[in-house]
Design a protein around this ligand. Structure first.
Ligand SMILES: Cc1cc2nc3c(=O)[nH]c(=O)nc-3n(C[C@H](O)[C@H](O)[C@H](O)COP(=O)(O)OP(=O)(O)OC[C@H]3O[C@@H](n4cnc5c(N)ncnc54)[C@H](O)[C@@H]3O)c2cc1C
Length: 126
């Protein structure tokens, strides 16, 4: 979504920034809820809280939505042979070697670098 709020309505999680098959939708939904709650706690004015929520959250979402080239084709192949290969690979998904390969294909290094605000400390000090 280009914007996540209008008036007093604000979007969190998949409604605002679904990541498709990148496998980080739950993480984003939790982080979004954390930041939104923290910013509402910090600001008297919900408009300021919504702007700050989007300012903090947008770079994290953009980074998390980046897909490793080829990963969509790997997870949603088009031929019967490739589908069978994908299914075989996923049946071993819990094994360390395969889990490592899936992690390398889906992880976003940029997303891991985001530092979250410590609202508990900020709100207790207010
Ligand atoms: C097959 C699949 C695999 C996934 N795997 C992963 C994974 O490995 N890791 C990961 O991080 N993410 C994964 N995701 C994504 C993850 O599930 C979502 O990103 C996450 O659940 C988003 O949370 P949410 O609270 O925003 O939305 P949702 O979990 O979709 O919650 C929305 C809720 O609102 C309810 N609702 C809808 N309309 C209304 C209404 N009108 N009134 C009242 N209630 C309503 C729905 O019933 C639902 O309970 C996967 C998703 C799918 C489909």
């Amino acid at each position: 979504m280009d914007r996540w709020s209008k008036g007093r309505v604000i979007l969190v999680g998949d409604a605002g920034y679904s990541t498709g098959v990148s496998g980080r939708g739950t993480t984003l939904a939790f982080i979004g809820a954390y930041i939104l709650a923290g910013e509402i706690g910090r600001h008297q004015d919900h408009t300021k809280a919504f702007i700050q929520y989007e300012t903090l959250m947008r770079p994290y979402v953009t980074a998390a939505q980046e897909m490793t080239p080829g990963s969509i084709r790997l997870f949603m192949p088009k031929t019967r042979t490739a589908i069978a290969l994908r299914n075989t690979l996923l049946s071993f998904a819990a094994r360390p070697a395969v889990a490592g390969l899936i992690k390398r294909l889906t992880e976003s290094k940029a997303a891991e670098k985001v530092t979250l605000p410590d609202y508990e400390t900020t709100l207790v000090q207010q």
